[in-house]
Structure formats: structure tokens, C-alpha cells
Design a protein around this ligand. Structure first.
Ligand SMILES: NC(=O)c1ccc[n+]([C@@H]2O[C@H](COP(=O)([O-])OP(=O)(O)OC[C@H]3O[C@@H](n4cnc5c(N)ncnc54)[C@H](OP(=O)(O)O)[C@@H]3O)[C@@H](O)[C@H]2O)c1
Length: 333
């Protein structure tokens, strides 16, 4: 496993990290969660990403149980704040009160007294940005979080935050990024590079599509993410005939390069120095082991061209970005 420095921090994170969305929040059983987490440690993964909202605390609690039996300095723990945490419509967002309440709740569930990377899961346009920044900085000052990051903020929102607090405010950005979702390349990568902010990218395998296990015109394989009703709401992000056909065209590219499809897909995102880590999901330990093999693979210019050709004009950026980012910035008057 190779490691990369996370932005301007002193954190050295594994190139492949493990996330807990849709898997460790009730999607799979507790023993599988433990097996995948143990496999991650065996494979050299030291970076774990969760969020308060995954299963409304269930994913953090699952990892709290498992990770707390290991030395705290053997893993780097990232979580997030913003999502709807209860049926109370006010129990969400990035107000000072909500951040203060949620960080304490996350620490309790994670059974730790500090979070390495505390991320604003989305932007909250209903709260003055100054209030959000001060509340996040207060968490760092209190020592309960070491560093701050954001996920799916627009470049305007990021720039507004940096204008208020300076370039050291954030060390990381968490965008969706894969062969099938290249939107961050347009503007986000350059802005973050200029401010020493690294990316830790989500769904680098397009939720499993880029492993090649979903075939055009065939039923989804038994037990896969898209067969589970509670998970299939996420399907519309990536599942389309166009994407399935593109993966079929990638199949010989991977074979010619002597790689599996997951290796090709993960090495493809990791080719960018702007990334510190690709956050994979895994429902089985074998998937963790298969995916970590991508660390250290260098793709030749010929392979990269063949990937571009195979993707063809499949839409890899576009209006679905609106699903992730909330436009607008609210400022104190
Ligand atoms: N910031 C955000 O807004 C945001 C949003 C989404 C995710 N995330 C983070 O990113 C992490 C990763 O997202 P993701 O789970 O969508 O990542 P992903 O790596 O694109 O997809 C993971 C899923 O693909 C399948 N899979 C993985 N490796 C495989 C292999 N070698 N062979 C066959 N199937 C394989 C597994 O699903 P099945 O076995 O169940 O089919 C696995 O759970 C999340 O856990 C979370 O931490 C963040």
C-alpha cells in the first residue's frame, strides 16, 4: 500500500481507503462489517471515512465498536456533519449549535476523543458562512478534530470560505470521481491544488459498476448493491445503459493491460496527483483485497488513451451535479 499526504496536514493516508456509506449502516451484517474492516487493516489501509448521517449514526456506531479495540494511532478517522439526523426538520445543517451537538454525538458513537478529519458533508446556504467556519474552527481549537474538509461544495462556496479564513482552513475535498464521473476535473481540482487541498474521492468504482459485475441486459448479480431495496435509491447516480456499455468497452482495455477492471478503475483515479485517496466501499473482505491491488499501478499513456476511447462520449459530467451541490452562499450582513 502506498501513502499520500493529505493536503497541508501531517496525515499520511493510504491511497485506498474504506468508506461506510450504504454498507456498514445496516446494509450488511455486523460480522461482514468487521470482516471488511479487518481486511482493510491487513491490506495496509489506514484511512476510514464515515458520516454522522449514514444510517443516522448506525455506521459510526458500528465502526466505534470495531475500531475502538485497536490503538487509536493505528488509523486515521474521517467523519462528516450536515445531514438530516432525526425527523425534526431543524436537526440538520451547519449552524454553530448543530455542529457543536453533532461532533459530540459522533465522538460518542465512534468511541474516540478526537476525529482526524471533520468534513462538512455539503454546504449549508441557510447559515451565514462565517458562523459555519467559526464553529468548525472551534472544534479544531477544542482538539476534538485535527483537520477540516468539505464534500461537494461548489468552487464559489470554497473560494468564499477561503476568502474568510485563509488557505489553511481545509486540508481535503471529497467529491465523487470515477471514469464515469469526471466533473471535478473541470474547476475543482485546480482551485484545490492552488490551496494545498487534497481530494479523497467517493464512489471511485461507480458503486460497483466499474468492477464489471453488472452486464447489459442481464439481471443484477444476487446480493449486489443494486439488488437491495434500501440501497437502490442510489442507483440512478450511475446505472444506465450507456454506462453499462462503456464498461463493456473497458473490459478488453483492462485485459490488454493485464489488470482487473477494479484495478484499472482505481489506478485511473489515482493517476491524478491531486488525489490523496480513493475511498472504496466493500461488502466482502475479498473485495477489499482485490481493490487494494490497485495501489502503485501506473497506467501508461497508451492505456489512458484506450480508456478515453472506450468511454467515448458517455456523459461523465453534467446536470446531475445539481444533486450533490447546493448553490449559493449566505454571509453575515
Ligand atoms: N461525500 C459524499 O457525499 C459521499 C457519497 C457517497 C459515498 N461516500 C464515501 O465514499 C465511500 C465509497 O463509496 P461507494 O461505496 O459508492 O464506493 P465504490 O467503491 O464505488 O463502490 C463500492 C461497492 O462496489 C462493490 N464492490 C467493491 N469492490 C468490488 C469488487 N472488487 N468486486 C465486486 N464488487 C465490488 C461493493 O458493493 P456490493 O458488493 O454490495 O455490490 C461495494 O460496496 C462511501 O463508503 C463513503 O464513505 C461519500
Amino acid at each position: 500500500m502506498r501513502f499520500r499526504t493529505l493536503g497541508s496536514s501531517d496525515l499520511e493516508v493510504s491511497e485506498i481507503s474504506l468508506g461506510s456509506w450504504l454498507t456498514y449502516a445496516g446494509g450488511i451484517e455486523a460480522d461482514q462489517t468487521r470482516a471488511c474492516t479487518d481486511a482493510a487493516f491487513e491490506a495496509g489501509i489506514n484511512f476510514f471515512d464515515t458520516a454522522n448521517v449514514y444510517g443516522r449514526g448506525a455506521a459510526e456506531a458500528a465502526w466505534g465498536e470495531i475500531l475502538s479495540s485497536r490503538p487509536r494511532d493505528s488509523y486515521i478517522l474521517a467523519t462528516k456533519v450536515w445531514g438530516q439526523m432525526s425527523d425534526d426538520p431543524a436537526d440538520r445543517g451547519l449552524s454553530a449549535a448543530q455542529i457543536a451537538k453533532q461532533v459530540d454525538a459522533s465522538l460518542a458513537r465512534l468511541q474516540t476523543d478526537y476525529i482526524d478529519l471533520y468534513q462538512a458533508h455539503r454546504f449549508d446556504p441557510d447559515v451565514p458562512l462565517e458562523e459555519t467556519i467559526e464553529a468548525l474552527q472551534a472544534v479544531v481549537t477544542a482538539g476534538t478534530a485535527r483537520y477540516l474538509g468539505f464534500s461537494e461544495w461548489t468552487v464559489e462556496q470554497i473560494q468564499a470560505a477561503l476568502d474568510i479564513a485563509g488557505p489553511d482552513l481545509f486540508v481535503s475535498s471529497q467529491p465523487q470521481y470515477s471514469m464515469l464521473w469526471q466533473a471535478p476535473e473541470a474547476e475543482l481540482f485546480a482551485l484545490c491544488e492552488a490551496n494545498d487541498i487534497s481530494h479523497v474521492v467517493w464512489s471511485p468504482l461507480a458503486q460497483g459498476l466499474l468492477t464489471g459485475k453488472y452486464r447489459p441486459g442481464q439481471p443484477f448479480p444476487a446480493g449486489s448493491r443494486f439488488t437491495n431495496e434500501t440501497m437502490s435509491a442510489s442507483m440512478e447516480i450511475v446505472m444506465s445503459d450507456e454506462n453499462l456499455e462503456a464498461v463493456e468497452r473497458l473490459r478488453p482495455v483492462a485485459a490488454d493491460a493485464g489488470l482487473s477492471l477494479p484495478e484499472l478503475a482505481l489506478a485511473w483515479v489515482l493517476r491524478r496527483d491531486e488525489l490523496a485517496s480513493a475511498i472504496i466501499g466493500a461488502s466482502r473482505p475479498e473485495q477489499v483485497h482485490a481493490n487494494v491491488a490497485a495501489s502503485g499501478i501506473q497506467l501508461s499513456p497508451d492505456v489512458l488513451s484506450a480508456v478515453d476511447e472506450a468511454l467515448g462520449d458517455v456523459p461523465v459530467t453534467g446536470p446531475t451535479l445539481a444533486k450533490f451541490a447546493t448553490a449559493g452562499v449566505s454571509r453575515r450582513s
